[in-house]
Structures are given as C-alpha cells and as structure tokens.
Design a protein around this ligand. Structure first.
Ligand code: NDP
Length: 282
C-alpha cells in the first residue's frame, strides 16, 4: 500500500487526503501546530463556498472536511511536521518521531504578516477579529489596519460588536474582492474607512492612554485618534515554511502556493495534487 504524509489539515490538505484515501493510499495528515492548523477556524460566516446557500461558520465547515477525510480512512495526527528529509522521504514530527512515506505533500497555508509601528505595544494588538473581537463591547472604539478581504470582513464583524470601527487603508482604494462586504461596511453608521492612511506611531498621554498618530505612510504631519481600545492588524499573509533537508520531491497545494487564497481554490488545488500523485505512481 502506498503511503503519503500530508502536512496541513486545511481545505487543501484534507481534500488531498480524501482523494488519496479513496484511491487506496495510507494517508497521514499532520495538524495542530502553527504551520499546519487551518486558518479556516478563524473565518466567520463563509458565504462563497458552493453548496452552502445560507453560508457556514468556518470552523464547522472545517469540521465537516475533517470528518469526511477520517471517514475515507485518513488518519489525522495531533502533531505538526518539524522537518522533512526529502531524499529519504522521511517526515519528522513535532514530538521527534520519524516516519518514511512514498510521497510528501505540503498544504501548510500562510501566516499573518507582521505590522511594524513604533509604540504599537502600548495597546492590545490582535490579528483575528473572530477570535478576539468579543473581548470588546459597545463602549469600545477599535482600529482595523488593511484594505483586503480580511480587513473588510473583520471590520464588518467588529462593527456588530463594538461602538466604532475605523479602517485604515494605505492606498486610495481597497484591494478586497468582496464588494458586498465593502458596501455593507460603508452602510454602517459606526464604521469609517480612511484611505491613504496608516498608523505611523503610538504614544501615550499624561494618563498613560494611547494616542494613535495616523496619516500617510511615514508622513510627519499626522492626526490623532484618541480613546482607541485596540488595533486589529489584517495586512495579508506569507506562506508558512517547514525545514527541508535534501532535494527530494515535495508536492504543494493550497494557500501556500496559490495566488488567490480562497477555500474553493484550496479544495481544487488539493484534489489536483492528489490526482497528480496518483498519476505519477502509475
Ligand atoms: P491581502 O494581501 O489581499 O490584503 C492585504 C491588505 O493589507 C492590502 O490592503 C494591503 O495594502 C495592506 N497592507 C499590506 N501591508 C501593509 C502595511 N505594512 N501597512 C498597511 N497596510 C498594509 O490580504 P488578505 O488577508 O485581506 O486576503 C488574502 C487572501 O485571502 C485574498 O486572496 C483574499 O481575497 C482572501 N480572502 C477572502 C475572503 C473572502 O471573503 N472571500 C476573506 C478573507 C480573505 P496594499 O493594497 O497597498 O498592498
């Protein structure tokens, strides 16, 4: 029986697992460390994945995929992959066990880009509105940095929880593809989008309260936001990486290689990789 190790238990890794398990492969999916846990758990209502006309919560959709992969025979390990000896096709997991496979797939998604700004530690900084938004309430004002789909959907989500949301977009326009979400945000009385604006520095007043200095990037003449409870940084992501030793074959699928970070694309990417693997072994 052919054996495959898949690093990553998001839509791409799980779809790849479903296809290979159904083709008779022994499939081990490595999950649950910072590289391999799916960011889909952070998604609020997913409304653009076909088959769910009323939308579906991200973590529920992911749970369905995990269940389906397990039902097909894939084994989901509660460890991540620490490194891969690609010439020997050996995977070393995060607790130090090493296993040999016929094929190795990386579906390890992306990590959030960090935002650098002097003084930003003077107030709480979050990267996930779904995870941390409920720490705040109607008496809070929050700032969202970024103009992509994550920033706009996060701001929309937060606008239902907090008193005021201010979105700082560094360009004259947003990059987001979800016009419905952008329209909905613009229609909110407690949300404001400030274009060509970013957070340049944070200082504190005499009482130790943060003062957010905003303006054009690196621009001296700024203006200030006061009374802000926290900042949500949503400025995109970079592919995760796992250490490779050797020059052996590594298959890749999903957000770590696809330009468009969409669940439907990750699913297709996982399926294609599985079929390519099966084809290459004939
Ligand atoms: P994106 O890369 O699409 O957008 C990042 C945003 O952050 C851009 O507005 C970018 O500005 C801005 N930015 C980057 N660096 C900085 C910085 N240092 N300071 C200030 N602003 C900065 O990332 P997303 O996470 O929003 O989206 C990633 C992918 O996931 C996209 O393909 C998106 O479509 C998808 N996605 C889809 C969702 C959906 O509902 N369909 C939901 C969430 C994500 P600039 O434009 O100037 O580079």
């Amino acid at each position: 029986m052919n054996r495959v190790a898949i690093a990553g238990a998001g839509p791409a890794g799980l779809t790849c697992a479903i296809y290979l398990a159904r083709a008779g492969w022994k499939v081990d999916v490595y999950a649950n460390d910072e590289n391999t846990e799916s960011s889909l758990v952070e998604a609020d209502l997913v409304e653009n994945y076909p088959g769910f006309p009323d939308g579906e919560q991200g973590f529920l959709l992911l749970n369905r995929m995990i269940k389906q992969a397990q039902k097909c025979g894939a084994c989901i390990h509660p460890e991540g992959v620490a490194k891969v000896l690609t010439d020997e096709r050996k995977v070393v997991d995060t607790v130090g066990n090493a296993y040999v496979y016929d094929e190795y797939v990386e579906a390890i998604g992306c990590k959030r880009r960090e935002f650098e700004c002097p003084g930003i530690d003077l107030l709480p900084v979050h990267t996930c509105a779904i995870c941390d938004g409920t720490l705040y309430g109607k008496n809070d004002k929050v700032v969202v940095i970024g103009g992509g789909d994550t920033a706009i959907s996060s701001a929309l989500y937060l606008s239902n929880i907090v008193g005021q949301v201010t979105v700082l977009v560094r360009k004259p326009q947003c990059r987001c593809t979800n016009q419905l979400a952008l329209n909905a945000l613009v229609g909110k009385s407690n949300a404001e989008i400030m274009y060509e604006t970013t957070l340049n520095t944070v200082t504190k007043d005499g009482l130790g309260k943060p003062i957010l200095h905003i303006g054009k990037a690196n621009y001296y003449a700024d203006f200030m936001l006061l009374g802000i409870s926290s900042v949500f940084v949503c400025i995109g992501s970079e592919p995760n990486t796992i250490e490779h030793i050797g020059n052996g074959k590594v298959w890749r699928c999903g957000d770590c290689v696809e330009e468009h970070k969409q669940i439907a694309i990750a699913v297709g990417s996982g399926a294609k990789t599985a079929l390519d693997i099966i084809g290459s072994c004939r």
